[in-house]
Ligand binder design. Sequence first.
Ligand code: SF4
Length: 429
Amino acid sequence: MSTLGCKVNQCESAGIAEALAARGMTLVPFEEVADGYIINTCTVTGRTDYQSRQLIRRAIRKNPTAAVLVTGCYAQRAPEEIARIPGVRFIAGNTEKERIPDILCDMTAGVPRILVGDIRKEKGISRLGATVFPEHTRVFLKIQDGCDAFCGYCIIPHTRGTSRSLPPEEVLERIASISRAGCREIVLTGIHLGAWGRDLQPRADLATLVRRIADGCAVERLRLSSIEPRELNGEIIALLGTSGTVCRHLHIPLQSGDDGILAAMLRNYDTAFFRNLVRKLYTTLPGIAIGIDVMAGFPGESEEAFENTLRMVEEMPIAYLHVFPYSRRPGTPAATLAGQVSEEKKKRRAERLRAIGTTKRQSFAERFIGTPLEVLVEGRTDKNTGFPVGFSDNYIPVAVRGGVAPNRIVRVMPKAFRGGHLIAEVIRE
Ligand code: SF4
């Protein structure tokens, strides 16, 4: 199986893999010759469509007689396009992912070739996700799916459906079982995480859920994945500072530092709102890591609008940037806007933004040289030093000198920054 795209897709792939193993199938690396291949695709950009097609073709070349099954957001958006690739046996949309083990276990039972339903009509959330976590210290838990926001550039509401949430009791049960399995950090994830609970009866909200998790000490560390700026209310911000469980780290999509472009994107905030939010976060939570998403080359983005974004990103005290060149997605309002920016220009703008991101990442990490940090050591090593690496609660990659066993939270003193990591010594195990 090979998976592209977001953490929600990764969670679902882990669930599919577990379900297949439970039925006696042996999972082998994607590069090996296999009887079947699953490609869990992404369609967020034209590039991820292309990468999805490359993976499909690679699987077919490996074994032309294999049962090649394509699923995920690209399969949901364009099943007919995928069906034209010779050698594709099954196409399953996002709502049909739970049926994949059945399809692969009983291929003779007249399963239709294309199984893609109308995802906007889907009311329930798929429970697909791993329940066993060998060698994991940090686990992503999908608690929400779908999105109702319809930002102008985004195809995701069409491929993931309306916002649906995992009920709070189920979230708490899953957290308890992940914790019992020995994992120390859980990352709550969703397509539109801040919308969690709005569809539930009775209605619920993310802040209350996070408080329940933190108060119940259900897990040592809790991290929130990407969250929209308008959904970061005072209660969530307070929990980051006071709970001792919720990590000092937020990933907030900005997308543009120009008010005209933000309005054309159909985003529900302006630059003044975003600047105030970042200021408030830094005042309330010194040391917080704020990562932001920025898009380069949205239709109508003039040189001046782009310079506004550059300036805003440079001025804000952020920890890192994720930069995406705008990708024209059929069926979205932005696809038909005038003033589409050339690929060359988008690339140049994205490069300039990424250069700022690299500097920001380093200067944020260097601020913590000489300041103790709590690091969850993972099972990987830094290729430059050979030291075990992990993440601080404020999401700085740290290489820890000495032989610290994985899956432990240690207090360290950072001494230097090299090769993308803080290099630190243990001060308390
Ligand atoms: S909030 Fe906007 S960008 Fe995010 S998934 Fe929903 S529509 Fe897409």
